[in-house]
Write a protein that binds this ligand. Structure first.
Ligand code: FPP
Length: 260
C-alpha cells in the first residue's frame, strides 16, 4: 500500500513513534524487533530428524535474519533463545540448545564485532554452564563499545521472572514506595537502555506471547506467521515489515486521521 503522506510527514511520524525510515524500502520500519523463534522441533520432526537438528537449523538462520533486519535499518533485535520454562525440557534437548549458544558465539562473534553489533544477554547468565558463561561474557565485553545494531539474546529469560528480579532490586536498594514509577521499573529490567520493541514476531503458527517481554510489549505490534523458524527468511522479513508499515499505532491515543 502506498503512503499518502509527504516524505517530511512520514519522517516526522516515524520520529514520533521511534521508527526509522528504511534504506531499502519506502515504509516506516520498527526501531526494535523482537522474535519468538518457534517451530524448530516441528521443522525437524517433519523431516524425520531429531529435534536438536531443528535447533541447529534455527541457529544457522540467525545470521541471515539479523542481516536482513539490519538492511532495513532496524536498530535493535531481540531473540528469544531459551525461556525460564524451557528448563523443564528433556535434558538432552537442553544440552543441545546450550551447545548451540556456544557454537553461535564461537562462529559469529567476530563477524558481529566486525559489523559493529553490540551484543547483550537478557536473563540468568548464572544458570548457564560455567564455560558458556565465560564465552557469553567475552562476547559481551568484545562488542561492548560497538554502536551499531544491538542484538539482545534472551536466554534463561522469563518476563515474569524479570519483573520479580526488578522488584527485588528496588527493595534491596531501599527505593521508597512513593518513588516507584514506570521508569524506575524499566531501568531495572534486563532491557534497560533498549527502547521497547515496536514489533514482536512469532514464527511457528502459535499466537501467544509465552512470557516474553511482558512489560516491554505493552504497545508492541504483534505479527504471527506459520513459517517454522528455520524457514523464516529474507522474504518473510520483508513481508512482516511491510505489514508493520501499514499498522496505525496510537499508543492509547488518537491519530490525526481519527474522527473526533
Ligand atoms: C522453539 O522451538 C525454540 C526454542 C525453544 C529454542 C530456540 C533456540 C535456538 C534457535 C538455538 C540457540 C539459540 C541461540 C540464540 C543461539 P520449539 O522447540 O518449541 O519448536 P516446536 O514448537 O516445533 O516444538
Amino acid at each position: 500500500m502506498k503512503s499518502e503522506a509527504t516524505p517530511e510527514a512520514t519522517d516526522l511520524a516515524a520520529e514520533h513513534l521511534g521508527d526509522v525510515i528504511s534504506p531499502i524500502s519506502s515504509g516506516r520500519v520498527p526501531r526494535h524487533v523482537a522474535v519468538i523463534m518457534d517451530g524448530n522441533g516441528r521443522w525437524a520432526t517433519q523431516r524425520g530428524l531429531p529435534r536438536r537438528a531443528g535447533h541447529r537449523a534455527g541457529t544457522e538462520n540467525i545470521r541471515r535474519v539479523i542481516e536482513r533486519f539490519a538492511d532495513h535499518g532496524v536498530r535493535y533485535v531481540t531473540l528469544y533463545g531459551f525461556s525460564t520454562e524451557n528448563w523443564t525440557r528433556p535434558e538432552n534437548e537442553i544440552r543441545a540448545i546450550m551447545r548451540l549458544l556456544g557454537y553461535f558465539l564461537r562462529r559469529e562473534v567476530n563477524n558481529l564485532h566486525r559489523n559493529n553489533v553490540h551484543l547483550r544477554l537478557l536473563g540468568h547468565l548464572e544458570h548457564l554452564p560455567k564455560h558458556l558463561q565465560r564465552r557469553v561474557l567475552e562476547a559481551i565485553e568484545l562488542t561492548s563499545n560497538n554502536d551499531g545494531l544491538t542484538l539482545n539474546i534472551a536466554f534463561s529469560y522469563g518476563g515474569r521472572d524479570e519483573l520479580v528480579m526488578a522488584v527485588r532490586r528496588l527493595i534491596e536498594e531501599g527505593v521508597p514506595a512513593d518513588e516507584v514509577d514506570e521508569q524506575c521499573i524499566a531501568h531495572r529490567l534486563y532491557t534497560a537502555g533498549s527502547p521497547d520493541p515496536d514489533l514482536i514476531i512469532r514464527t511457528g503458527g502459535e499466537t501467544r506471547i509465552s512470557n516474553f517481554l511482558l512489560w516491554q510489549s505493552a504497545y508492541a505490534e504483534l505479527y504471527f506467521t506459520d513459517a517454522y523458524w528455520p524457514d523464516f527468511g529474507r522474504e518473510d522479513i520483508d513481508i512482516a515489515l511491510a505489514e508493520y508499515g501499514r499498522r496505525k499505532r496510537r499508543f492509547g491515543g488518537l491519530s490525526d486521521t481519527d474522527p473526533l
